[in-house]
Design a protein around this ligand. Structure first.
Ligand code: SAH
Length: 382
């Protein structure tokens, strides 16, 4: 198969030779012909030597690389990538008796730039992040069928509707995570339905929760609350602005027999925290990505500072703050600095007990540090 070539400017082939999977438009010199969004292209250097194969995108990111070998991207390629991703998860003990929700494919981290695939018990959700992957859906579904999945959904990013591609899915799916049960609504829910990426961090909270009062801010469907209550928390309150999420949150508390100690609060997080009189032993802060682009970064950092300051002020002595940022453009250091400045403003003494990140089923390629997005800390506030 001869894919149209795209020639890279002199010197700009260096990052590709270091296996970085993205090519920006400034690196592109010329193309064989006018290219359609989503087409597969063959990247060559200034001397026409082969570099890589990838999906063409219009915009500032021009190509997402699929292979550094001169191969055809066909059904076999998708079969191999997806089968390999599944085998990697098995080495991580996913799925297991106690956890049957996991990320099967984490885009660049699994050598499949432009697509994520999440598993909720027997339901798989495909979320393409490039038109090339959008156009490859049939191939992806075929590969998933071959490894035994029978219920497959396509959930586009943004406002477009979720579609069922295979089997029947018309109600919430029940999943297990470290023995806790959660209902997931992959059709109407946020992201692909559940924030699988907090699995390890929810488990860590369970370890510290015994006898404590917990306020779970930006709770979504109550993952951290249920985990804390299963760990013996005295009480857990879940706060979110989305009523749908809180509806499922209450169901989740019942499903795990902890509803007597649980309460849902529909509120806007910052004013609620700033005006509340209650103090808590533990506060979880897991806001949505405050910055989706570099240009929104400055405001995002201010927002992280304000919300963390309000949370620090609402903790009892020796309180624990589980604080997170899932904005890819806010680095670990920027987040740390924002939280440090919140601590300074609060005039309390604060120390770092843990530094947290995304779990092993959300791997980051060493050649693509941009794949790292979730960071967090556990702080002790005195
Ligand atoms: N910690 C959750 C995931 C949080 S996702 C888990 O473990 O599943 C972020 C959540 O923040 C979403 O549920 C969203 O509805 C909520 N949210 C966004 N803006 C908010 C605001 N201003 N106040 C309260 N909640 C908000």
């Amino acid at each position: 198969m001869m894919y149209p070539w795209v020639k890279i400017n002199k010197g700009r082939e260096k990052s590709i030779e270091r296996f970085h999977p993205w090519v920006f438009s400034g690196s592109v010199h010329s193309a064989e012909r006018d290219l359609q969004e989503g087409e597969i292209v063959r990247l060559v250097d200034f001397e026409d030597a082969f570099l890589a194969i990838g999906h063409f995108l219009s915009g500032s990111l021009s190509v997402k690389i699929l292979s550094f070998k001169d191969i055809e991207i066909n059904q076999k390629w998708f079969d191999e990538r997806i089968d390999e991703a599944a085998k990697r998860r098995i080495t991580l003990n996913l799925p297991s008796k106690i956890s049957d929700t996991y990320r099967l494919v984490h885009a660049e981290g699994d050598g499949m730039a432009g697509v994520i695939i999440d598993v909720y018990a027997n339901v798989v959700v495909i979320q393409p992040h490039s038109s090339g992957m959008e156009q490859s859906l049939v191939l992806i579904v075929n590969s998933l069928k071959k490894i035994g999945f029978t219920k497959i959904l396509h959930k586009p990013v943004g406002k477009e509707k979720t579609e069922v591609l295979l089997g029947e899915v018309n109600e919430n799916v029940m999943v297990k995570e470290n023995g806790a049960k959660y209902l997931v609504d992959p059709i109407q829910g946020q992201k692909t339905g559940f924030f699988i990426d907090q699995r390890d961090n929810r488990h860590l909270l369970r370890k510290y929760a015994e006898g404590k009062t917990v306020l779970n801010v930006f709770s979504y469907t109550g993952g951290f609350s249920v985990s804390a209550l299963l760990g013996g928390a005295k009480a857990a309150w879940s706060l979110d602005s989305a009523s749908n999420a809180l509806g499922i949150c209450d169901e989740n508390a019942r499903l795990n027999n902890v509803e007597a100690k649980h309460k849902s609060i529909k509120a806007d997080a910052l004013p609620y925290l700033q005006n509340m009189h209650d103090k808590f032993d533990v506060i979880v802060l897991d806001p949505p990505a405050f910055a989706k682009h570099k240009r929104a970064r400055h405001n995002a950092i201010q927002a992280y500072r304000r919300i963390n300051e309000a949370a620090i002020n609402a903790l009892e002595n020796r309180g624990l703050l589980f604080t997170f940022s899932c904005s890819q453009v806010v680095t670990q250091q920027l987040f740390y600095d924002a939280v440090a400045s919140a601590a300074i403003n609060s005039k309390r003494s604060v120390s770092v007990l843990h530094r947290l990140r995304q779990p092993a089923d959300h791997p980051v390629s060493l050649f693509h540090p941009e794949g790292e997005y979730l960071k967090g800390m556990v702080l002790r506030v005195d």
